[in-house]
Design a protein around this ligand. Structure first.
Ligand SMILES: [Zn+2]
Length: 178
């Protein structure tokens, strides 16, 4: 059985993707291919299957993921779901891998602090549902942080999510739960 990892390891930023072979050794190792702008993230599959995943970061070449980096702490949005071979499905948030077992079902261990909650609370509206990606962009947050903040605020009765399975849109609650 291949060994799953719960962490990604930044190696280097390179210009040419063919150089990645010499830089990736173990599950979770990754390089960023950048020419002017980030083009590709090459990740040795964290499931341990040994394949390298090519994750597009360049909108001009089709469906692209967003890569967030803060002091060598990397987050990827949305989740990565490989529909062939090992079928890995995971979220990368601040260098950690959160394995998904159902569609975008989030790991129990997620938590953001009150400062982030307050940032989100400031941009939530009372009369209009807004998608958490839009809210994240406005606050300069990683969408995962923003989604988690919305969930925490919902539990406190400070915001509500639009009915439906996806629960991606939120608005400020007009009355606090006592
Ligand atoms: Zn794999």
């Amino acid at each position: 059985m291949p060994q799953r990892v719960n962490q990604i390891y930044y190696k280097e930023t390179i210009e040419n993707r063919s150089n990645s072979k010499d830089l990736l050794f173990k599950a979770g190792d990754f390089v960023i291919v950048k020419r002017g702008i980030p083009r590709l993230l090459i990740l040795r599959c964290p499931c341990g299957c040994g394949d390298d995943l090519l994750i597009n970061l360049d909108k001009r070449s089709g469906k692209a993921w967003r890569l967030y980096s803060r002091f060598e702490s990397f987050s990827l949005f949305p989740s990565y779901w490989r529909d062939t071979a090992c079928g890995s499905h995971f979220i990368i948030w601040e260098n950690r891998i959160y394995w998904c077992y159902r569609t975008n079902e989030l790991d129990e261990g997620w938590r953001v602090n009150e400062r982030i909650e307050n940032k989100v609370l400031e941009v939530l509206k009372e009369n209009e549902y807004r998608h958490y990606i839009e809210l994240a962009d406005e606050c300069g947050l990683i969408p995962w942080e923003c989604l988690q903040a919305c969930k925490q605020l919902s539990r406190k009765g400070l915001c509500i999510s639009k009915n439906g399975v996806s629960k991606e849109q939120f608005k400020k609650s007009t009355s606090k739960i006592q």
